[in-house]
Design a protein. Sequence first.
Length: 100
Amino acid sequence: MKVKLSARARTATRRIDEWWQAERPEAPDAFVEELERAIALLAGAPEMGIVYGSFRNRPLRRLLLEKTRYHLYYVIVDERIEVVTVWSALRGRQPRFANQ
């Protein structure tokens, strides 16, 4: 199944990657590498994330990137997966769009 990042998710991943490269010099590519692995896994098993709520009348799923502690929030739309956003698991709150 094809995986697409929304504009919001692309912006978030760029921001997170920039931060990770600046602040984690011992593993500057860890976020991008884990994100790429997660996207490949989702392409083969789209229902692996837990249902977390709804987004635009579709089940919103969440998948944890365990090493970097970010969640991928995504929905399954027809024959593709749309990653809605990437959000820090350490923020202590959910993204504002959740349950829309």
